[in-house]
Write a protein that binds this ligand. Structure first.
Ligand code: PBG
Length: 323
C-alpha cells in the first residue's frame, strides 16, 4: 500500500514532529577540538589557511582549554610545533618537548577535558616526513621506536589518550607494548586506522608547519581509491590493541565510516580535516553557503554515517550553535 495512505510529509510538518522523529543528534561531548601548541608566551598566531584557528603558546592554550571545557566539548587533540626540527624528530619524544610541557600545564590547570595527543613525527622532522628517512624511503621499523617513545612521553606528561596518525605498519602494537612496559596499561589508543593520502590536509600543513620537503605521503597513507584496504587496516589495528578507531578525512569518506561502523564494534571516530573546514569557511565568506547550517549539516552527516565522535575545527562554534 502506498500513496495516499502513506504520506511521508505528515511527520515533517512541524518542528515538534521533526524533533520527535529525528534519528541523529549532535552533542558537544561528541566533539574533539584540534589545537596547535607552539613555543613562546602570549602567542596567539592565526593560521592563514584556517581562519579562527591559532598557533597557541602554552599559557594561551591553557586559557583556550578552559573555554573549550566550559562549552561542554569532549576533549582536545594536541599538535606540537617544536623550537627546532631535526632528522631524528627528537622533539617528538623529548621529555621536555612542546606537547609534553603543554600537557603538564594543562593537567595542572584544566580538569575534566580529555587530553588526546597526536602521535606522529612530521611536525618534528626537518624534512616533514612522518618517520626516519633512509635514502628516499621512510623506514617503518625505526619509526616505530620513535612513535613508542613519543606515546610513552605523552602518557607520562598526562595524556588521557594517545592517537597515532603516522600510518606505519605495526605502530599500534609497538605503542601498546611500550605503554604497558612503562606502567601505562590503562592509557587507551585511538588509532588513525584508515587514514588516506588526502589533498584535504593542505591547510593543516601550514598550521603545523609539516609539509613534506620532498615527495609525498603516498607510501604510507592510503590510496583514496581503496575501501576494502581500509577495513584491513582497521582489522589489523584492532588485533594490535587499538581501543578506538578513526577514519580520516570524514566527509569525502563517509562510505568508509559507514562500512567501519557496520563491521566493527569499537568506538569509531571521524576527523573532519582542515580542508573540509576551510572549504566551508571560504564558501561562507563568499556568501555562497550559510555557515551555521553548513557546520551543523556536515557534522550531522558524519554522525549519521556512523561516527561516535568527531574531531572538528568547528567544535566550539558547533557547541555554541547547539546551546
Ligand atoms: C600528522 C597529521 C596530519 C593531520 C593530522 N595528523 C597531517 C598529514 O598527515 O599530513 C591532518 C589533519 C587535518 O588536515 O586537519 N601526520
Amino acid at each position: 500500500m502506498s500513496f495516499p495512505v502513506h504520506r511521508m510529509r505528515r511527520v515533517r510538518s512541524t518542528e515538534a514532529l521533526r524533533s520527535l522523529v529525528r534519528e541523529t543528534r549532535l552533542a558537544p561531548s561528541q566533539f574533539i577540538l584540534p589545537l596547535f601548541v607552539c613555543p613562546g608566551e602570549g602567542v596567539r598566531k592565526e593560521i592563514g589557511s584556517m581562519p579562527g584557528n591559532f598557533q597557541l603558546s602554552i599559557d594561551e592554550l591553557v586559557k583556550e582549554c578552559a573555554e573549550v571545557k566550559s562549552l561542554g566539548i569532549g576533549g582536545i587533540i594536541l599538535f606540537g610545533i617544536p623550537e627546532v626540527k631535526d632528522e631524528m624528530a627528537s622533539g617528538a619524544y623529548a621529555e621536555s618537548g612542546i606537547v609534553q610541557r603543554a600537557l603538564q600545564a594543562l593537567r595542572a590547570e584544566v580538569s575534566g577535558l580529555l587530553l588526546i595527543t597526536d602521535v606522529c613525527n612530521c611536525e618534528y622532522t626537518s624534512h616533514g616526513h612522518c618517520g626516519y628517512v633512509r635514502g628516499n624511503e621512510v623506514d617503518n621499523d625505526i619509526t616505530l621506536e620513535w612513535l613508542a617513545k613519543s606515546a610513552v612521553s605523552h602518557a607520562r606528561a598526562g595524556a588521557d589518550i594517545v592517537a597515532p596518525s603516522d600510518m606505519m605498519d605495526g605502530r599500534v602494537g609497538a605503542i601498546r607494548k611500550a605503554l604497558d612496559e612503562a606502567g601505562f596499561p590503562s592509557t587507551p589508543i585511538l588509532s588513525y586506522a584508515a587514514k588516506y593520502a588526502s589533498v584535504f590536509y593542505g591547510p593543516f600543513r601550514e598550521a603545523a608547519e609539516s609539509a613534506p620537503q620532498f615527495g609525498d605521503r603516498r607510501s604510507y597513507q592510503m590510496d583514496p581509491s581503496n575501501a576494502r584496504e581500509a577495513l584491513r587496516e582497521i582489522e589489523l589495528d584492532i588485533a594490535e590493541g587499538a581501543d578506538m578507531i578513526m577514519v580520516k578525512p570524514a566527509m569525502p569518506y563517509l562510505d568508509i565510516v559507514r562500512q567501519a561502523r557496520e563491521r566493527f564494534d569499537l568506538p569509531l571516530a571521524a576527523y573532519q580535516v582542515s580542508g573540509e573546514f576551510s572549504m566551508i569557511v571560504a564558501a561562507a565568506q563568499n556568501g555562497w553557503l550559510d555557515r551555521n547550517r553548513a557546520v551543523l549539516e556536515s557534522l550531522t552527516a558524519i554522525r549519521r554515517a556512523g561516527a561516535d565522535f568527531t574531531l572538528t575545527y568547528f567544535a566550539k562554534e558547533a557547541a555554541r550553535l547547539l546551546a
